[in-house]
Design a protein around this ligand. Sequence first.
Ligand code: FMN
Length: 271
Amino acid sequence: MKQITEHIRHRRSVRTFDGRELNEKDKSSLCSFMETIENPYKIPVEFKLMSAKDNGLVCPVVSGTDLYVGGKIKCVPGANVAFGYSFEMLVLYAQSLGIGTVWLGGTMNRPVFEKTMELAADEMMPCASPLGYCGKKMSFREGMMRKAIKADERLPFEELFFDGTFNTPLTKERAGKLLGALEMVRLAPSAVNKQPWRVVVADNTVHFYLKRSKGYSHEGKLDMQKIDMGIALCHFALTSQENNLDITFVQDDPKLVSNAEVEYIASYRVE
Ligand SMILES: Cc1cc2nc3c(=O)[nH]c(=O)nc-3n(C[C@H](O)[C@H](O)[C@H](O)COP(=O)(O)O)c2cc1C
């Protein structure tokens, strides 16, 4: 995928589509790409295209398209983060083709989506997305929703990224060659725009932590904020690769924190 930063910068959630069906070329490019998607956890994600009309899929915030894509994954350790990484690969590829998407984890008739995905007993469908071409004017409902969750805003750089320890905010100057990739992490989508990612750069390694949002709990196997972490890892990895940084995925908690305010997820070593 070329010019990843451009696709990340231009992506926004699309909930209002223009009613046109995906053309065959775009659909087949998307389907071919789905087959190639991998994540650093090496847990496969299986994607499926679904018609809303044929399957009774309902998502009240979405209008102007009948087509959805869902993803399913085995419920194993790391599955939520892995899913976030893989599904975001698809979202960004769709963006590169001019196809609009929005991550959906809550505002849909989930049991019907899950049935349509034909989940096995050991599988889950964390999220889905509509697919189509962006409508000219956002629906009133979508506009209200964006305003309510401040969807166009992101936390300041210094509140997300840290230098050596959580006590020292990372300045853009000190970020050096990592600046581009970290800026793309900051632009990532997240559930209810909560932006739970926190990053500590220490000894040429970029450590990703989850800071759970207050009042935003998770039940059972589905964990939207871990999915957010996978999206952040994806933005970091794709941008670093485009910037010719030599990065290696590692899961080795550096034990930088002694409290339970943040949870270690994974790291990228930068050579
Ligand atoms: C894991 C996840 C789940 C989401 N679930 C929903 C959802 O159920 N309904 C919805 O309208 N938007 C959903 N979103 C979209 C977010 O609200 C959106 O990404 C965020 O507000 C930032 O806006 P942007 O994507 O336009 O940058 C979800 C996003 C993520 C990453």
